[in-house]
Write a protein that binds this ligand. Structure first.
Ligand code: ADP
Ligand code: MG
Length: 463
């Protein structure tokens, strides 16, 4: 009995610390807009890098032709061949091949990673039917989605600022990733030109805009999290180049690195951060994204196991293994609708080797998933609201029927229904009924790869 009380006390304290009432979300959104301004004002002016993408023309929907894309950003990377047939046809034919990255390459050396990628690309090209071979003298062109912070030097070049999401390849930091990839391609005689280097958020924005001209921002909720949006070029003081004809520039926010005293951080978040590959960095990402949510749940479970003998007299050893509860497992438990919470029981048994759990215990586990997912979802909504505020799309102007669409992509958003729903309702709450009518969240399925191919098309050397 005393043990239950202790466990409940720990959980209750965690729940309180995770609370995200609307007032707090508004503070977070305001802090986001403040940091956006600061990051646009000067290089290094904010935790938000607000990177200039060099994409100043978004797709019109008229783009045509055969283009390739490479999407590197999480545990898998994908090679795509995309056939764009212009607005009227509207169709995009694509072939995709997904390759998982051997873990040792994620922390090895730069040339090993890029050689591996180039080889996969070469294999893809080698196996394609005659009809896709380019005419003599014409190079294949590639859009490279690289979902790590990059300081771009042009639309097709840029230097890696730092790794995130479990990657850590020291000798690649500071290097031009297109140059690295090109070198690896040349080594094996693969004749391909990288005509656009884009962040996945920028790719997703471009991909979504190809279909819908109302798209003004894109957010990724996957292994990591990030956002990109269309800014007025004149509102970017740190941009000293010529003003683009369009008057616009896509900004890659790198919002995963956002932090603010208003964020509801708990001691569990602090220890997760301290023990991570990148302590002190990507704090917003560590509250929100798929790489981390499951591990926050694990940490709280470990605490109640240690301090309240929640799973019996001994602490289940598996519970001490970082990241053993993955976010898809968490999501499966959270969505368990069976009356005896069978999915939860099975996950606890299979992953943590904890059997004989009572229904009461399983309910607590579900509750814990709910706390962690809800906090992440509502904070994501606050981030989106911050962007809308920054570009003045958070209110309805009299007589205007302007629509704003935010493209969303990533496995977390796509598969974690409770997360997605909770994010949607928090955003509605923040916007209010009237403004909410002019804002839509749209799933941009697989936008980042296709978007990169479309940007490769609009930056083709043959135009
Ligand atoms: P990446 O972000 O690595 O480019 P994705 O967008 O496909 O790749 O996202 C993959 C991430 O999405 C996984 O790391 C995981 O955290 C999350 N995810 C995948 N499936 C689920 C699921 N069923 N429930 C919750 N999260 C999921
Ligand atoms: Mg991705």
């Amino acid at each position: 009995r005393g043990k239950w009380a202790r466990a409940m006390a720990i959980l209750k304290e965690f729940e309180e610390k995770c609370e995200t009432p609307i007032g707090k979300l508004k503070q977070v959104a305001d802090a986001m807009t403040v940091e956006m301004h600061a990051g646009l004002a000067s290089e290094g002016g904010s935790k938000l890098k607000m990177l200039i993408s060099y994409v100043d023309n978004l797709p019109t929907g008229e783009e045509k032709g055969l283009f390739y894309a490479l999407d590197l950003g999480g545990t898998n990377f994908r090679v795509l061949r995309v056939h764009l047939s212009g607005r009227d046809k509207g169709v995009i034919n694509q072939d995709v091949e997904e390759v998982s990255i051997p873990p040792h390459l994620m922390t090895g050396s730069s040339h090993e990673l890029f050689d591996f990628i180039a080889e996969a690309l070469a294999k893809f090209v080698r196996s394609e039917p005659e009809e896709f071979h380019p005419p003599p003298g014409r190079q294949r062109e590639l859009g490279f989605t690289f979902s790590f912070p990059v300081r771009q030097t042009s639309v097709a070049s840029g230097n890696l600022i730092k790794w995130t999401k479990g990657f850590n390849i020291e000798d690649a930091v500071g290097e031009d990733v297109v140059e690295q990839l090109t070198k690896s391609m040349e080594k094996i005689g693969l004749d391909m030109r990288v005509s656009a280097l884009v962040n996945d958020t920028v790719g997703t924005l471009a991909g979504a805009r190809y279909y819908n001209q109302d798209v003004i921002a894109a957010v990724i909720l996957g292994t990591g999290t990030n956002a990109a949006y269309v800014e007025r070029a004149q509102a970017i003081p740190k941009w000293h180049g010529l003003l683009p004809k369009s008057g616009e520039m896509v900004i890659n926010m790198e919002w995963g690195n956002f932090r603010s005293l208003h964020l509801p951080l708990t001691e569990y978040d602090q220890s997760l951060d301290a023990e991570s590959l990148n302590p002190g960095e990507q704090i917003f990402e560590k509250l929100i994204s798929g790489m981390y949510l499951g591990d926050i749940v694990r940490r709280v479970l470990l605490r109640i196991a240690e301090e309240a003998d929640f799973f019996g007299d001994t602490v289940p050893p598996k519970l001490k293994i970082p990241f053993i509860i993955r976010t898809p497992d968490m999501s499966a438990m959270h969505h368990d609708t069976s009356s005896d919470l069978k999915v939860v029981a099975n996950k606890l048994r299979d992953i943590l080797e904890i059997s004989n759990t009572s229904l009461k215990m399983r309910k607590i586990v579900v509750g814990l998933c709910d706390i962690v997912a809800t906090r992440g979802a509502r904070l994501s909504a606050a981030g989106i609201f911050g962007i809308l505020k920054k570009i003045g799309r958070d209110t309805v102007r009299v007589g205007e029927k302007e629509k704003s669409v935010v493209g969303l992509d990533g496995g977390l958003f796509e598969h974690y229904t409770e997360f997605r729903t909770s994010m949607g309702s928090a955003l509605k709450e923040l916007l209010g009924e009237e403004a909410a009518d002019s804002i839509a969240i749209e799933q941009a399925n697989d936008g980042s790869g296709i978007g990169a191919a479309i940007l490769a098309a609009s930056h083709s050397q043959y135009l």
